[in-house]
Design a protein around this ligand. Sequence first.
Ligand code: ZN
Length: 291
Amino acid sequence: MPDRDADLNTLCIHQVCFGFERGFAACVAALERQGVGLTAVWHDKLAAIGATAAARVLADHGVVAVALCPGGLLTARDARRWQAALEHNRRLLDDAATIGARSLVTIAGGLEDGERDLRFARDRALEGLARLVPTARAAGVRLAIEPLHPMTCAFRGVLTTLAQANDWCDLLDAGDTVGIALDSYATWWDPDLPAQIARAGPRLLHLHVADWLPDTRDLRLDRGMPGDGVIDFDSFLALVAATGFTGPLEFEIFSARHWWQQPTDRIAAACAACAGALMHRDLSPVDRRRN
Ligand code: ZN
């Protein structure tokens, strides 16, 4: 296994940075070659080989899974399909435990075909999360709820702001079992972000980074490497650092247009180089005090 630069120990590269097509083992092997020790596992890649085999691949390559992504999608009105979604999430929680991941990153889900009752969908997702808390607690896996960009509300996530995620944490009142995954791509536009990051405080379990490209062509699958878009990462990371957050910087670059077309090693190396620049500049406690 290659030696790891100290900074790379705080870098996490999500498997989805390598695209939907590449398999579980190919993604993990690319991380090992670049000396990156942390990943977040993509559910489809895990499903293709099974959790037990996935755990073995991770161990063989010396890569640790910080999370499994994504769970949730809990807005179905039909009772049978809603129960099936809950069962699917319970299996994901078991899988997360099997691969040693401490969190299941959980999105709410969008509006089903013909559904126009946004309030119902939000209540449904929140109720679903409440139902999952006992399973999560028993599995020793946290539910990291992730607000998504409001432009994806119809098809992906009716949980759309960090304020709402904080409210849901309050309502679920599940202690350490429920927290928040904060994604720069989903939340950068929000004028309430500084106050809501401070409010989240220790609830922040995961820090996802990707940039918003000014000429974006797909609201979900056309994200940029930090620095390539319009997000002020200096300010964003400083807000997170001020909460005392010490988790890894997690790259989650859905990029069908550009990065997914690149070789795996080039993608991993680009994330590592970008993370090094971001972390040296923004996450040092010394720098924070000086500012
Ligand atoms: Zn994310």
